[in-house]
Design a protein around this ligand. Structure first.
Ligand SMILES: CSC[C@H]1O[C@@H](n2cnc3c(O)ncnc32)[C@H](O)[C@@H]1O
Ligand SMILES: [Zn+2]
Length: 444
């Protein structure tokens, strides 16, 4: 059975080019966009023809005073870490990770992961994120949660080595890929996820690379997040973290999603130039953990894709990608002492199309285009903190926040309708989250 949806009179931001704000209508058939129409006589005629072909329309949405744009794509996340949000802040990354996160994670059951990820999904849907890249443990539970909530996700079993359970984790990574690649009607894709240079010795990294090549899947890895990491890798291998991965051949044939990429020197950039994939910039996590400012614009100048993520709520405290867009832009303005250093539009593009490129799903999502998947958000502009509306792109980058997202559609399915979540029980998710997080942080 065909399902049809007609969004009327929206300010459409297609993310296909600088001049792309057009008032008009969008037609969706099942999971795909089948038409985008502006106000010209010719486009109105085309709209009428398409409507005649489609017959009775199941649902219309009056989007007057609303912007419609592609959903946000969070390119780096650890969704169950929402259970550990705001419990151990204001620490250095290694202390935070080793003394707080790892001990709490060691207590996590599959059910904790399921409910923790659902809590994140409720927050993400509420704040306009349609897709996320997740690296964690017990990934089956996250895959089930994604299936139920209707979101789109790239799932990765995070791999750390150094104890006797390395091979077992590797098997879980393979199981995830075999069971879930293309799952949930194609909304789930998978990657291989060696956690970081400092938790993955050369031999194990080579083994993961072989698996990624065999399955023809991307690799998702943390890289160059702190000065301490640079010092540790220099001490162990006499290399920078980026050089370490380069010498192992990681950038030769594989699509790689690098999380953070803060401490990347000019010389390191030459190792990354020409790579498939790119870097996920996580400004809020980097600011909160005092990691530094990623060389976002230098990487982009060298043709390296930079998408946008939040990192887990355990460090970033929020999964609101609009807050991330604002932070990313302000960081670069401050860093260069130049407010004109990069446009607001470019940062919106990082959170949509560029993140889609990192997840290797840009042929399906990241822009509003005929033939692409219907993954989009409606933003309510009729609010005091947004009005008067002089420049829509500026307003979205600097004034809008996640709470302004009115309606969300993923794969043609409405997940949030006028701020009501349709695919999860928010009260139950929060109740389970509160109960479980209490047990996890006890005594830590
Ligand atoms: C083994 S699953 C993923 C692993 O990553 C940890 N993690 C969360 N945030 C960060 C970060 O900013 N840098 C490095 N590692 C991070 C998380 O706690 C999981 O153990
Ligand atoms: Zn991370």
């Amino acid at each position: 059975m065909t399902t049809t949806l007609w969004i009327q009179q929206a300010m459409m931001i297609t993310m296909c080019g600088e001049q792309d704000v057009v008032k008009g209508d969008i037609l969706i058939e099942n999971d795909r966009i089948v038409g985008l129409y502006g106000q010209s006589h010719h486009e109105r005629q085309q709209l009428q023809q398409q409507l005649e072909r489609m017959g009775t329309i199941d649902r219309t949405i009056d989007a007057t005073d609303m912007a419609v744009m592609p959903g946000m794509i969070n390119a780096h996340q650890h969704s169950p870490m929402n259970l550990l949000k705001c419990f151990s802040d204001d620490l250095k990354l290694m202390d935070w990770l080793e003394q707080k996160m790892f001990p709490a994670e060691a207590k996590m059951t599959p059910e904790d992961i399921y409910w923790g990820s659902k809590l994140s999904m409720a927050e993400m849907i509420r704040s306009g994120t349609t897709t996320f890249a997740d690296m964690y443990i017990h990934m089956n539970e996250i895959a089930h949660a994604v299936t139920e909530t209707g979101m789109r996700a790239s799932l990765t079993r995070g791999l750390v080595f150094g104890d006797e359970r390395g091979q077992e984790r590797m098997q879980e990574a393979v199981d995830l890929v075999e069971r879930w690649q293309g799952g949930a009607e194609g909304r789930i894709t998978t990657m291989f996820g060696p956690h970081a240079p400092y938790t993955c010795p050369p031999q194990q990294l080579r083994e993961v690379m072989e698996l990624a090549k065999y399955y023809r899947l991307p690799v998702h890895i943390h890289l160059a997040e702190t000065r301490e990491e640079t010092a540790q890798i220099a001490e162990r291998y006499g290399q920078t973290p980026t050089q370490y991965l380069y010498e192992l051949g990681l950038f030769e044939h594989l699509h790689v999603l690098l999380a953070h990429g803060v401490h990347i020197s000019e010389n390191d950039m030459s190792y990354l130039q020409g790579m498939q994939g790119g870097s996920a910039h996580n400004p809020l996590s980097n600011l909160k953990l005092g990691c530094g400012i990623a060389p976002v614009l230098e990487l982009q100048r060298r043709g390296i894709t930079v998408g946008l993520g939040t990192d887990g709520a355990g460090s970033a405290s929020t999964l609101d990608m609009f807050a991330g867009i604002r932070a990313a832009s302000l960081m670069q303005k401050l860093h260069y002492g130049d407010p004109a250093v990069e446009s607001a539009y470019r940062f919106l593009q990082m959170a949509t199309l560029d993140s889609a490129r990192l997840l290797q799903i840009d042929d399906e999502v990241g822009t509003l285009e005929v033939g692409k998947k219907a993954d989009l958000i409606l933003i309510d502009l009729n609010k005091p903190h947004i009005q008067p509306l002089h420049h829509l792109i500026s307003a979205i980058a600097y004034a809008v926040h996640g709470g302004d997202v009115h309606t969300m559609i993923v794969n043609g399915q409405v997940l949030m309708d006028n701020r009501e979540l349709l695919t999860l029980d928010e009260q139950q998710v929060m109740k389970e989250g509160r109960k479980r997080s209490k047990r996890l942080v006890e005594g830590i």
